[in-house]
Write a protein that binds this ligand. Structure first.
Ligand code: FAD
Length: 459
């Protein structure tokens, strides 16, 4: 109880701080026929940072900044797993891009990008061509199934807001169906949840799903025996959370096991079949719910861009985030492969790297137009944060390590601060306060497609 009160107090203080931070400066966009046209593709972490930096620093320049995305919102991915496990409402992690256009002064167009033509200096979309003078490509990543077609066909994924809602509905549905099911084999399949890939997303999802089952659903579904519910985290390598140091990794492992998550290491998946997962050694885990969190690769749209690509499809960029042979094109975030000077491995695909890339690209476009020297990427490693469910997380912030309850407070404070929009911050804070008392959203939301006739359906 003490912990709960301390948690509420601290989260409340963070809430007050973020309210102060919500005061934004005004803007208003302008453009003329002679404007230099900068087109930014993707309103994720990198694209939004680029569009804002361009709009806020264009004094003295006739610059038209157009941000294009197939969805009209920015998605805050770090807490998407909580949408899937009922801890946070879906629209509390999405932020309308048009709020940002008003506050910061750039234009937005909701369109699905089909192709980038370097020769024509044009982006082809479902709604027609968009010509550019400068282009910032920030189209993010897609799931990497490493060529395993059965995994692509039969797994759930966690990348878009639709994925989060779909997974939540499916988990609740599995409990509904299991409670009325008589066949023990079918019940077992329904109540076994397999997560493939023990990186941060897989670990956070497994811990939160285990908490959802233990603290919420088993109370709501009295016909289900606790021993029937399994959450299995399957990892091909010999350890979880590769990016963490040994001490934090061990803490994370102990926490997962104490919650009852079954962690299977050295367990490469051979196939995801309808009704379960086939492991390379031939064994089979029966399950109606397999979630694939084993990796990402660059958006396939960047495959046509000229230049060197990594195995994960990322495009190599120079110190200024430009394509080496096309300085008018900047590639950032999960689409970009960038090696810091002296490093053998490229920067990882994560939000801070995308934001730093977006700012660098924007500032360098401004420098180019003002005939000033360009600036190399400024990126400083900030650390790792991994939530381990209720009252628990591991964090390494600038070399200072936190685990357990303090880690959990640090995790929550950091992400509340980083979340877009004051309304979202306040709403997520409320969701989290209810979470302290094991209140989660367990309704199955009916989701129907948009009635607007369009070929482009925002994911
Ligand atoms: C579940 C999950 C949890 C994560 N947790 C963390 C975390 O805790 N910390 C962290 O640092 N990173 C985390 N990441 C990684 C982080 O989200 C990415 O590294 C980051 O979003 C990359 O930013 P970006 O701008 O390159 O791409 P994104 O933020 O993915 O944005 C890409 C944008 O492009 C748009 N787009 C894509 N295709 C098209 C198209 N054809 N036409 C028009 N628009 C298109 C998308 O709608 C999207 O808005 C997480 C990712 C996921 C999926």
């Amino acid at each position: 109880m003490k912990k709960a009160l301390l948690g509420i107090g601290l989260l409340g203080s963070v809430g007050a701080l973020v309210a102060l931070q919500a005061t934004r400066r005004g803007g208003g966009y302008y453009s003329s026929n002679n404007s230099t046209r900068v087109v930014v593709l993707g309103a994720g972490f990198g694209g939004l940072a680029a569009a804002r930096t361009l709009a806020r620093n264009r004094d003295g320049l006739d610059l038209d900044v157009l941000l294009v995305d197939r969805a009209n919102f920015h998605l805050f991915t770090p807490i998407l797993y909580q949408v899937a496990t009922g801890g946070v409402e879906p629209d509390n992690v999405t932020h309308p891009v048009r709020y940002a256009t008003q506050a910061d002064g750039f234009r937005f167009q909701e369109s699905n990008v089909q192709k980038i033509s370097v020769e024509d200096k044009c982006v082809y979309t479902d709604d027609g061509p968009i010509y550019y003078d400068y282009l910032v490509v920030a189209l993010g990543a897609t799931n990497n199934f490493f060529g395993l077609a059965s995994a692509e066909e039969n797994s759930f994924t966690l990348k878009t807001i639709s994925d989060g809602i779909e997974l939540r509905n499916h988990i609740i549905d599995a409990f509904e169906r299991a409670e009325v099911e008589q066949d023990p084999e079918v019940r077992r399949r329904l109540l076994t949840f397999v997560i493939v890939g023990a990186g941060p997303t897989g670990v956070e999802l497994a811990a939160s799903l285990r908490d959802l089952a233990s603290h919420v659903l088993l109370k709501e579904y009295p016909g289900i025996d606790p021993g029937e519910v399994r959450v299995v985290l399957v990892e091909a390598l010999d350890r979880i959370l590769l990016a963490l140091d040994d001490q934090l990794r061990q803490n994370a492992m102990k926490t997962l096991q104490s919650k009852g998550v079954e962690v299977l290491l050295n367990t490469p998946v051979a196939d995801v079949e309808k009704g379960g997962v086939r492991i390379k050694d031939g064994s089979f885990i029966p399950s109606e719910t397999v979630v694939w969190t084993a990796g990402v690769k660059a958006n396939p749209l960047v495959a046509d861009l000229p230049g060197e690509k990594g195995r994960d499809g990322r495009v190599r960029v120079n110190d200024f985030m430009q394509l080496p042979d096309h300085p008018e094109i900047y590639v950032i975030g999960d689409c970009a492969m960038y090696f810091m000077p002296g490093e053998q491995r490229p920067l990882p695909p994560n939000a801070p790297v995308a934001i730093a890339g977006g700012k660098t690209a924007a500032i360098n476009i401004i420098h180019t137009l003002k005939n000033e020297p360009l600036e190399p990427l400024k990126y400083k490693y900030q650390g790792e944060l991994v939530s381990l469910g209720k009252n628990n997380a591991v964090a390494n912030i600038m070399g200072i390590k936190f685990s357990g309850f303090i880690g959990w407070l640090v995790w929550r404070a950091v992400y509340l601060y980083k979340l877009e929009g004051f309304k979202n911050k306040a709403s997520v804070l409320v969701d989290w306060l209810f979470g302290v008392f094991d209140r989660r959203e367990t309704s199955k939301l009916p989701v129907t497609p948009s009635k607007v006739p369009s070929e482009s359906v925002a994911e």
